[in-house]
Design a protein around this ligand. Structure first.
Ligand code: DGL
Length: 272
């Protein structure tokens, strides 16, 4: 419990763009009374092929923005930023807010649910090159073999609205047929854009593989973390706020894909 934190304070969530809205949406479903403040760093999208140093710098500055909005929790709703900048966000939020990443809840879930299994991970180059899933899962359960594959085309493809059609299915099939994912029992969708392509991934595997989508797992983890005095008690929720660092109409239009409703985006030019 962090001293002085009021339970009505909002939950801050950030991502490189609007993919993290899949996590925001899951939190909104599970914790409907909580106010959310979302920040999508569209000025720097994508994070997947940026250097760790740049992502750390962006994450620190965005965390400061969310803390200035009085957030009681800062959730990194991006696997790429979670894999390289979590320590920086923990440092920044110390004594002020709880820091959450999207990798630990999934690693814990996988480590308890599977045994002697081969688990695949797909994500951006940044996430996969960090080997964070391999390290975290194997430190929790040595019997699990973790194999990973960078799938850099998938996030921009979804962001452009290409999913659930023959072009996206062809790209997905081509990645999933790579040798490194041979004979897996489960596949972690290690990018917050990927819940949208879950039906296509399921179609490829025809129920032979468990598909793990982090949004719901992270939302349950957040609920557990806020238990007691940190959770909002009143039913009169304040309005959610959604910010991007570089506004375009097409981002606003795409919010519907990720959050189920079209949202109003405000521009916060934190980089000027
Ligand atoms: N949503 C980000 C993630 O979870 C990927 C998009 C990007 O490359 O910025 O890794």
């Amino acid at each position: 419990m962090i001293k002085g934190v009021d339970n009505k304070q909002p939950i801050g969530i950030f991502d490189s763009g609007i993919g993290g809205l899949t996590v925001a949406n899951a939190i909104n479903q599970i914790l409907p009374n909580e106010q959310l403040i979302y920040f999508g760093d569209t000025a720097h999208l994508p994070y997947g092929d940026k250097s760790a140093e740049s992502i750390k710098h962006y994450s620190e500055r965005i965390t400061d923005f969310l803390l200035a909005q009085d957030c009681k929790m800062v959730i990194i709703a991006c696997n790429t930023a979670s894999s390289v900048a979590f320590k920086n966000v923990v440092e920044r939020t110390k004594g002020k807010a709880i820091a959450v990443n999207v990798i630990d809840p999934v690693a814990e879930y996988v480590a308890t649910k599977f045994n002697d299994d081969k688990v695949g991970v797909i994500g951006t180059k940044g996430t996969i090159n960090s080997r964070i899933y391999v390290r975290k899962i194997q430190s929790l359960n040595k019997s699990i073999k973790v194999t990973s594959l960078a799938t850099p085309l998938l996030a921009p493809m979804v962001e452009e609205g290409y999913y659930n059609n023959y072009i996206s299915q062809t790209i997905i099939d081509s990645y999933l047929s790579k040798k490194s994912l041979d004979r897996i029992n489960a596949l972690i969708l290690a990018c917050t854009h990927y819940p949208l392509i879950k039906p296509e991934v399921e179609k490829y595997y025809q129920n032979r593989v468990s598909i793990i989508d982090s949004a719901e797992i992270v939302a349950n983890y957040v609920k557990m973390k806020l238990k007691g005095k940190m959770a909002v008690s009143s039913r009169r929720r304040l309005k959610h706020r959604f910010y991007v660092s570089d506004f375009t109409g097409s981002f606003e239009k795409s919010t519907k894909i990720f959050f189920k409703n079209k949202l109003h985006l405000d521009e916060a030019r934190i980089w000027d």
